[in-house]
Design a protein around this ligand. Structure first.
Ligand code: GAL
Length: 432
């Protein structure tokens, strides 16, 4: 599906949603836990995320500073749980939700993670009134609204747009080995062979979810945007030869990764690149927040390019915050969400986080060279969604893929992995 088709789809969903009419939406901040009075203002506001690594923790702190300045009546409690991409945080959250103990707000990805998981389970409240009061419908990208909406209700406040398909590299390592930045699989594997012969780690990778992240970008780079989208919207064929080729590329890429990958977090893998022990890593652009946090300068200390084969395609994800059913502090939740969607909040957060604003009116001059290029690409590239970060598959489907991927990392059996991917699509009802 090209960008135009994507947008047409997005508009269609938005039209259907609006045709259903405005839902009877409880005003944000008016619904407390059953049997409790809404808070009169003040108290603790617990904000739940997984932003604990370099760049992301500082970005959150900058947004919290805006919140504290605007809302001295509340005490913000940062309930971040370490573990990139929400690996641990989401398990803790699930336990808390089943015990009816939600935080005031939590971080959730726009797309299927939100709609196919939290909305499906009735765990979050619509935010239509807040959108109306803040004028956000005019300010948030039209690509995004359908991905955070169902039946005319909008369910989250997006704080950013991240790009997943980025190849980060160490410019000095490439220069010292006379390597040009690879643009496709063939060039990448040639560069990787040279680097390996020179005793370097060609491709730094971390724990399991970073392998899934690598897989989704290799899949995209091999099959192209249209086929990639078709695989997720149920019209594609997971048993096709293109998918076989993508898995073969993925297996070949794994052969160039560090042997201790499973013990490293995403930022420890990125550190290998910063230190010159590895040449490349494929990671979302929170890595740019991390590199800058180390004091590195864009294009000097670290470089970037679209992951091989993905030039002109922006594989996106969006961090957003939600209003829990039964929030312990309705006014506090509403205050946090208002800051998260505000210009001041997003301008404080994103330049440090390594993401661009979800809002369309942020001042570009606040952003560095990399982020300005991401802003440009977001508006001109073909936009597709990330698997690892919640856009294209709901939790059930993603969990099936994760299990198959875990086996593949151990046995590298291409046919078994491919057949498990096809089964996962059918089993979760996405493929007819
Ligand atoms: C992603 C999240 C990013 C970043 C990353 C690593 O899932 O969307 O904001 O935090 O995990 O932790």
């Amino acid at each position: 599906m090209g960008k135009r088709t994507w947008l047409a789809w997005a508009l269609l969903v938005a039209l259907i949603a609006s045709a259903c009419g405005p839902a009877a939406t409880p005003a944000p901040g008016t619904e407390g836990p059953a049997g409790t009075e809404p808070s009169a203002g003040g108290g603790e506001v617990e904000v739940f995320s997984w932003w604990t690594a370099g760049g992301e923790a500082e970005g959150l702190a900058a947004m919290v500073e805006v919140f504290n300045a605007e809302h001295p009546e509340f005490t913000l409690v940062n309930a971040a749980v370490a573990g990139g991409a929400g690996t641990n945080a989401r398990a803790v959250l699930a336990t808390r939700l089943s015990a009816n103990d939600p935080p005031a707000s939590w971080q959730g990805h726009a797309g299927q993670e939100l709609i196919g998981t939290y909305v499906a389970a009735g765990q979050i409240q619509p935010l239509n009134d807040l959108y109306e009061a803040e004028g956000w419908l005019e300010l948030m990208p039209e690509t995004l609204i359908p991905l955070i909406s169902q039946d005319g209700n909008i369910y989250s406040v997006p704080v950013n747009i991240h790009r997943a398909n980025v190849l980060w590299y160490n410019p000095e390592v490439l220069a010292a080995n006379s390597i040009e930045v690879p643009t496709n699989a063939e060039e990448f594997f040639a560069a990787a062979a040279t680097l390996q012969a020179a005793g370097l780690t060609p491709l730094a990778m971390g724990e399991a979810w970073t392998a899934m992240h690598l897989f989704e970008t290799v899949l995209l780079g091999t099959v192209g945007a249209d086929t990639y989208n078709a695989l997720w919207d149920g019209t594609g064929d997971w048993n096709s030869p293109e998918v076989t080729e993508a898995i073969e590329h993925f297996a070949a890429a794994l052969d160039y990764t560090n042997s201790d990958a499973s013990t490293l977090t995403w930022d420890q893998a990125a550190q290998l690149v910063a230190d010159g022990d590895a040449a490349f890593t494929v990671m979302g652009d929170w890595a740019e927040g991390f590199f800058k946090g180390l004091g590195l300068t864009p294009m000097e200390g670290f470089g970037w390019a679209p992951a091989p084969g993905t030039d002109g395609v922006f594989q996106f994800l969006s961090d957003s915050f939600v209003l829990p059913v039964g929030t312990p502090n309705p006014e506090g939740s509403s205050a946090w969400l208002t800051v998260a969607g505000s210009k001041a909040g997003q301008e404080a957060f994103n330049p440090i986080k390594g993401s661009i604003c979800a809002r369309t009116d942020c001042d570009p001059s606040l952003f560095d060279e990399y982020l300005q290029s991401a802003m440009q690409d977001w508006t001109t590239d073909v936009v597709v969604g990330s698997l690892t970060h919640g856009v294209v598959a709901n939790d059930n489907w993603k969990a099936e893929i994760n299990t198959a991927l875990g086996l593949f990392l151990a046995d590298r059996d291409v046919a078994v992995f491919q057949s498990a991917l096809a089964t996962a699509c059918a089993a979760t009802g996405a493929c007819q």
